[in-house]
Design a protein around this ligand. Structure first.
Ligand code: SAH
Ligand code: SF4
Length: 368
């Protein structure tokens, strides 16, 4: 029988596991704090747990992170890890430091079944869901590796965005316990406002998330009408824009923030005209409290798409802002290590290539 990975549990799950071992809940809390707050992976480190309990744990459980294929540090401080999730699959995690926060971009699946036109993960297809432990292993490793590197015992990661590879709401069962650990005061203690689930619009799961574990919500809109969105974000054929916006309005009843963020990837000549911007205004004005985040498209060869010019992005943003909608343009970070949105799968796509790189050592960092 393989050992139970304790990274797979939220605190209630760990308490239930400890109960089976005849241990009280406060022992589970101690254990949980060792794992997530101290980054322990070895029961022997847990000096305030009875030796007998440590021995019992060692017999049936472990704290199993993900093997690291590579780690790259960008000239702007962005760090990208590539983790091995077995059977030739890898997922990426990116840390983005800013003056007032440290954001970790976390993956939820190996590949993605939604198949958005402009996303290299989508082009790669779906391999499998990550487990709760595999989602949390990304945060667990990043937080404690960064603390060690920065020689601090203070928290380094203040924000988590589920914007890595995969559609988090198509891996709901594993996602929610992982979110609970992120929010738990005995875990990472992140505020609900600082944990963001980004979705392409899985409407029924937006409702469930609102009831089970409301955190900040970002919705990948990318189009101003159904015909265009059907092409760019194929899940729109199942859950069209109107239904999606209604779900967003319902979500705001319980959301920790009083707005939804709409992400909009700017594609040259596809979704970036003045008319598209005006259509967006008509969709959202007076209906939903929202902000727009315009994302410069990160091109990859198979997409056949181009990034909108910055003048176009600015003109588009101006129409939204003049229409009363708070709009930001996302800075691209970690460009020199291919850590920007939608590039995450780049190295994974061609698995032989990953292998080759692994045997050759770290991928050289290109100058910025
Ligand atoms: N599946 C979820 C979360 C992961 S994608 C979702 O779609 O929301 C995270 C964000 O990166 C999404 O807004 C997505 O549309 C955007 N993205 C994907 N590919 C991109 C690319 N090539 N350039 C810029 N943004 C991209
Ligand atoms: Fe999947 Fe999100 Fe990429 Fe679409 S943008 S294919 S939903 S990861």
């Amino acid at each position: 029988m393989s050992a139970v990975n304790l990274l797979d549990f939220d605190l209630d799950g760990l308490a239930a596991f400890c109960e089976q071992l005849g241990e009280k809940r406060f022992r589970a809390t101690q254990l949980f704090r060792w794992i997530h707050q101290r980054g322990a992976s070895d029961f022997d480190q847990m000096s305030d747990l009875a030796k007998s309990l440590r021995a019992k744990l060692a017999g049936q459980a472990d704290i199993r992170g993900l093997p690291i294929i590579s780690e790259h540090v960008s000239s702007d401080g962005t760090v990208k890890w590539l983790f091995d999730v077995g059977a030739g699959n890898a997922v990426e995690t990116v840390f983005i430091p800013e003056d007032d926060r440290g954001t970790l971009c976390v993956s939820s699946q190996a590949g993605c079944a939604v198949g958005c036109r402009f996303c290299s993960t989508g082009h790669q297809g779906f391999s499998r869901n990550l487990s709760t432990g595999e989602i949390l292993a990304q945060l667990w490793h990043a937080e404690h590796a960064l603390r060690a590197r920065l020689q601090t015992s203070d928290r380094v990661i203040s924000n988590v965005v589920m914007m890595g590879m995969g559609e988090p709401l198509q891996n709901y069962g594993a996602l929610v316990p992982a979110l609970r650990v992120m929010l738990d005061d005995h875990g990472y203690g992140l505020s609900r406002r600082r944990v963001t689930v980004s979705t392409s619009g899985v409407v029924p799961m937006i409702d469930r998330l609102r009831d089970d574990c409301p955190v900040a919500l970002a919705v990948s809109l990318h189009a101003s009408n159904d015909a265009l969105r059907d092409e760019l974000v194929p899940i729109n054929r199942k859950y069209p824009i109107d239904e999606l916006l209604d779900a967003c309005v319902r979500y705001l009843d319980k959301a920790p923030r009083d707005f939804v963020t709409f992400e909009y990837c700017m594609l040259d000549g596809v979704n970036d005209s003045d008319e598209h911007a005006r259509q967006l205004l008509n969709l959202v004005r007076g209906r939903i409290s929202c902000k727009f985040n315009l994302i410069p498209f990160n091109p990859f060869p198979a997409s056949g798409l181009r990034r909108s010019s910055s003048a176009r992005v600015q003109a588009f943003a101006k129409i939204l802002v003049d229409g009363g909608i708070v709009t930001t343009v996302r800075k691209t970070r970690g460009d020199d290590i291919d850590a920007a949105c939608g590039q995450l799968a780049g190295e994974v796509q061609d698995r032989t290539h990953v292998r080759e790189r692994m045997t050759r050592g770290p991928i050289p960092i290109r100058p910025a």
